[in-house]
Design a protein around this ligand. Sequence first.
Ligand code: FAD
Length: 317
Amino acid sequence: MKVTEHLARAERPLISFEIIPPLRGGDVKGLLGLIDGLVKYDPPFIDITSHAAEVIDEETPQGVVHRRVKRKRPGTLGVCALIQNKYDIDAVPHILCQGFTREETEDFLIELKYLGIDNVLAVRGDDSGYQKPLQHGRSANHYAVDLVRQIAAMNRGRYLEEGLLDAEPSSFSIGVGGYPEKHFEAPNLLADVRRAREKVEAGADYIVTQMFFDNRHFFRYVDACRAEGVTVPIIPGLKVLSSHAQLTSIPRNFYVDIPPELAEEVMAASPEHVKEIGVEWAHRQVEELFARGAPAVHFYIMQSAAAIKSLMAKLGL
Ligand SMILES: Cc1cc2nc3c(=O)[nH]c(=O)nc-3n(C[C@H](O)[C@H](O)[C@H](O)COP(=O)(O)OP(=O)(O)OC[C@H]3O[C@@H](n4cnc5c(N)ncnc54)[C@H](O)[C@@H]3O)c2cc1C
């Protein structure tokens, strides 16, 4: 079922999760253990991130540096197929512009269609230092809106090969990213919201936001979107803060603020106590979001469900 149908049919706000495929050479058993632990919360859908290849510098013991192109986390498709077929939960693979040609994206979408996966989340990805060579007529999507246009075209039966006759239309529900504290490259929030509107006009069915720790950013973002004519559901994305290190890694990687009250409480706490503080904070965020009409909450779990389990217990789920 499509994410939009889940939202439309829900009698109470939904809770969904986002996980990350194992590292290259890793074992999927750990991830399956993680999903086994999430199934009891009855998530309507689970997102699986996607990762572009990166340029890596590796130094030999002789001090020679080799540059290599390496895709550290392949496997999004396999994990999606597992989730959908083993657990009967709708899988939402993320699809990137960065690191993939449009032709590869089309092939990926065809694989998803054959597997009966009809949800995707279209995001640009960040510059990983590697650009796919575009020879022999290959092409690339630059912004998420280009990717949305490609998927929406396929939904109308228009594949990249123009002369293709009687192409079977796909039927993907398309999610896109949104940034309550604005995307780090956008000149201001309004300009970023207008970019979000372009994605919706191109065919996006809903928005999932970047994580935030102060709900006021989310409410302001929703108001700004509505004022600009964006009417699709906006799902808040949340992360449970669970270590001291995240006080610096989260702002560095995701360009979001940690509110002073939360940061100060975490700094003063012992490592064992941090998770409890993060869970309590997230609990208050969820309760307020639901009370003020959020249709769902999407948790960035990535590889560990320990904090989420404590939070679910607090929420009585
Ligand atoms: C819910 C969610 C899931 C994510 N999942 C992944 C993942 O699986 N893998 C991964 O690598 N990353 C993921 N990301 C991170 C994301 O790839 C980065 O934040 C990326 O920098 C922006 O992606 P986007 O789709 O929002 O880009 P876009 O919507 O393309 O926007 C990127 C920037 O360009 C601006 N912009 C948009 N269109 C134009 C235009 N036509 N001209 C000029 N400027 C423009 C926007 O204002 C913004 O500043 C995710 C982010 C979110 C919110």
